[in-house]
Design a protein around this ligand. Structure first.
Ligand code: CIR
Length: 259
């Protein structure tokens, strides 16, 4: 029912882009083991995982979420805001092109997948340093024929929209309100706030009705479980040092609908 596209950790990960977190040494071997465990956790939640080989020339290429968007009807190759990341998507786009009609964000539009949160037919796109108005306008045009609306959401002090907010249940968002300059686009949803001691805790991957979540945010984890949400945890400490989180390491596609 679900396919997840992932890519092994680049040996060059330590040279990653960093915007809001300080540079700290990364244990590449541990990052690889954590990434492998992340892939196995996706499998345990019912995903078929397509693991692409590492790209040594692209430090951030493990973060496949940023290079493409996948909808039921169409896939879109993004144009990442960081120049160092343009070009890392080719193999991902090739796989997606075999599964969906593929369109592309063109220059001078920029768009990172981490800025794009789809909820039903509403697509929220971060107004961030990585995604610009031209990117949002192109996305709006590409998705309109499929019935999606695209709404800009201003973020602050964080990398991407999905650093600040992700969906954890049909009607519930997990949010760090401090990182949303304007939360009004989400007024119709129930908002579960991260614990104030865990500012990076708003990023969760949702697979069906379950979520995959970092094990280093125990207070927010307790809030999620108190809501009755099924949570599987993973250790992604080394990927977090590269300013990654759990959504960014996979692209999830619905490959069939339940019978
Ligand atoms: C970057 O700055 O682009 C990478 N070091 C981290 C990207 C994380 N992507 C994501 O959360 N969607």
């Amino acid at each position: 029912m679900w396919t997840a596209i992932t890519r092994e950790v680049s040996p060059a990960l330590a040279g990653c882009e960093l915007s809001f977190v300080p540079r700290n040494p990364i244990d590449i071997a541990l990052a690889r083991r954590q990434h492998a465990a992340y892939c196995r956790a996706l499998e345990s939640l019912g995903c078929d995982v397509i693991e692409l080989p590492a790209l040594p020339g692209y430090p951030d290429s493990v973060f496949v979420e940023d290079v493409a968007l996948v909808f039921d009807e169409v896939a879109i190759a993004t144009r990442p805001g960081a120049k160092s990341r343009r070009g890392e998507g080719d193999a991902v786009h090739e796989v997606l092109g075999s599964l969906r009609p593929l369109s592309r964000i063109q220059a001078h539009g920029t768009l990172d997948g981490g800025d794009v949160l789809r909820i039903g037919k509403r697509v929220f796109v971060g107004i961030s340093a990585r995604s610009n108005e031209a990117g949002r306008a192109q996305l709006r045009k590409l998705l309109a024929p499929h019935g999606y609306t695209v709404e800009g959401v201003a973020t602050r002090e964080c990398l991407h929209l999905k650093s600040a907010v992700t969906q954890v249940a049909d009607d519930m968002l997990l949010v760090n309100p401090a990182w949303l300059a304007d939360a009004s686009p989400f007024a119709s949803f129930r908002m579960l706030e991260v614990d104030p001691d865990e500012e990076h805790a708003a990023n969760a991957v949702r697979v069906g009705n379950a979520i995959l979540y970092p094990d280093c945010f125990p207070k927010t984890l307790a809030r999620l479980r108190a809501q009755g949400i099924h949570v599987t945890t993973v250790d992604v400490s080394e990927l977090q040092k590269a300013e990654g989180a759990v959504t960014c390491c996979s692209l999830l596609l619905r490959t069939s609908t339940p019978a």
